[in-house]
Design a protein around this ligand. Structure first.
Ligand code: ATP
Ligand code: MG
Length: 526
């Protein structure tokens, strides 16, 4: 008995000290006949990057999500390459290549120019890392024999990896990846898939399985909790019981993830083409509570939830049709009600409408998205979509002509249509704008004239639309615009303030009839 005890103590102690806590697995080469990847789905630029590296004597593979998507027959949206060449060696092989990142250095190889340019991301195989056991040194040199062998990583006291630029062999790189189906390497030359963790089999079983001990891997990087949900929704795969088991226990770790990284994850989640399913999965795992963005979605009343649901369904349909989706539009939809209630509160507290709307938007960005300084375009687009809504109410004078020329008009209009679909704006208003946007100059003039007629049936001619006429316009005649929750004369003020001083082409062509272009009118009824 004593012998067994000593044996257990010695044996136990020894294996605990030595065994890597994340298994390294074993190299298995899966031939084309077994994995069945359709080479026609490959991206020719990624293949070119792999070939260039291989011809220079390096190992190189297409890696990660692209291989996973190819295995299920999806066309990957981006292609990553992994290699045993260091970033400097990669950079030296391509004309337009840039080393980016400090914490995690990689190379961007650029093809094409302007809007159509494409980036192939090349990363060097990383060495095995157990963050809790890492020392506070970094060594990213190759050995004298040219082998990839790092010393250690730079971590802070809590185990968070500050620098992760220690190169290692492919087998270690594979163990670093999150799920078995994401740890696959495809060589387009031999058409072999290299698999260390049974990823090919898991794709066939439609199973999401984390590599190594699940809790350890979630603690290392809590964002993996969101990733597993995203992949489950995107691929329709089951989460393996062992991988699922610790999820509720470690959920709270997500609270320490910077709000901006959470936001990035949310955007990826919304663009999977299964945004509704993704959000439902999040809710199922109780994760919506840690997303400041989702609080508003899931706490919405029925009408608001319907609005968001419609927007997401629309987005998913677009993804399925291979059309582009703008995260700014989706986010504008998700946060609209929050903006609205804050806007109403501020106006009720006596703030003027436009500054109130601006402030409401700032407050929502602050509370739900975090630092938006690095997201100029996204935040700017959302702001424009929202600011355009009250301006749709103004259909007299030059206002509609100026609005339709806004670069983001289409997004603003789609937003209006969605509001009309759920009864937050008059359907006629959305139709009027559709006709106006598609109309010729003459048709546009006629549309504006028709609104005037409806508003002032007794006055058939243009001109003289001064304040007397405006005051007579019945307040209750304003389009319901429940979504806007504004007083009828608010939109006019918004419209005027926000409209850029565009060419006043109507006034030039119709010199006599311009006073209404200057004096805003309340939103007319139809
Ligand atoms: P998507 O199709 O959404 O781009 P992806 O799997 O390609 O999914 P990326 O964020 O592009 O996701 O990451 C590329 C690869 O890098 C992953 O497949 C995985 O191997 C690895 N990876 C990314 N994030 C992590 C992480 N948090 N932990 C471990 N490995 C990761
Ligand atoms: Mg990817």
């Amino acid at each position: 008995m004593i012998k067994t005890l000593i044996g257990r103590l010695l044996g136990g102690g020894k294996s605990e000290a030595k065994a890597p806590r994340i298994p390294l697995g074993e190299r298995v080469e899966v031939p084309e006949s077994e994995h069945g990847i359709d080479a026609a789905l490959l991206d020719e630029r990624a293949v070119r990057v792999v070939r260039t590296l291989q011809e220079a004597g390096f190992e190189a593979y297409i890696v990660g999500g692209a291989v996973r998507d190819l295995l299920v027959g999806l066309r990957p949206k981006d292609f990553d390459v992994a290699t045993n060449a260091t970033p400097e060696e990669v950079k030296g092989l391509f004309r337009r290549a840039f080393i980016i990142g400090r914490r995690f250095r990689i190379v961007h190889v650029i093809f094409g120019r302007g809007r159509d340019h494409e980036v192939v991301e090349v990363s060097t195989f990383r060495a095995y890392l157990d963050a809790s056991a890492a020392e506070q040194v970094e060594g990213n040199e190759k050995t004298s024999k040219g082998e990839l062998a790092g010393k250690s990583h730079v971590v802070d006291a809590s185990g968070r990896v500050l620098r992760d630029n220690v190169w290692g062999p492919q087998i270690e790189d594979a163990a670093r990846r999150d799920f078995t189906i994401n740890a696959l390497y495809y060589d387009p030359t031999t058409r072999i898939v290299v698999d260390y963790h049974g990823g090919v089999r898991d794709v066939k079983r439609r199973l999401l399985r984390i590599i190594g001990e699940p809790e350890l891997r979630y603690r290392e990087d809590p964002v993996r909790l969101i990733r597993v949900v995203r992949f489950a929704a995107k691929l329709g795969f089951e989460i393996e019981a062992r991988t699922r088991e610790p999820m509720p226990r470690v959920l709270e770790l997500l609270e320490n993830v910077p709000i901006s990284r959470m936001f990035d994850e949310m955007i990826k989640l919304l663009q999977t083409g299964h945004s509704l399913r993704s959000l439902e999965e999040l809710r199922k795992h109780g994760m919506h509570r840690v997303f400041p963005l989702l609080e508003v979605v899931f706490n919405a009343d029925e009408a608001r939830e319907r609005f968001i649901r419609l927007a997401l369904e629309d987005t998913d349909r677009r993804v399925e049709e291979g059309r582009a989706v703008a995260p700014s539009f989706m986010l504008a939809c998700m946060l609209w009600h929050d903006v609205q209630s804050r806007w109403t509160q501020l106006r009720e507290a006596g703030e003027a409408p436009l500054p109130a709307l601006q402030q409401a938007i700032d407050a929502v960005f602050d509370a739900r998205i975090g630092d938006i300084s690095g997201r100029g375009k996204l935040a700017g687009d959302m702001r424009e979509i929202w600011l355009m809504q009250p301006r749709f109410e103004r259909r007299s004078g030059n206002a509609p002509f100026a609005l339709v020329e806004q670069p983001r008009f289409r997004a603003g209009y789609d937003f209006l249509r969605l509001r009309a679909d759920v009864g937050q704006a008059e359907p006629e208003l959305a139709e009027w704008w559709e006709d106006f946007a598609l109309g010729t100059d003459e048709e546009r003039d006629a549309l504006v004239e028709a609104v005037r007629e409806a508003q002032h049936p007794s006055r058939r001619k243009r001109g003289g639309g001064g304040s007397a006429a405006r005051d007579k316009a019945p307040r209750e005649a304003a389009p319901a615009a429940a979504g806007v929750e504004s007083s009828p004369d608010t939109p006019a003020a918004e419209g005027d303030a926000a409209a850029p001083a565009r060419k006043r082409r109507r006034r030039r062509r119709k010199p006599g009839g311009g006073s209404d272009a200057v004096t805003p009118e309340p939103p007319p009824s139809l």
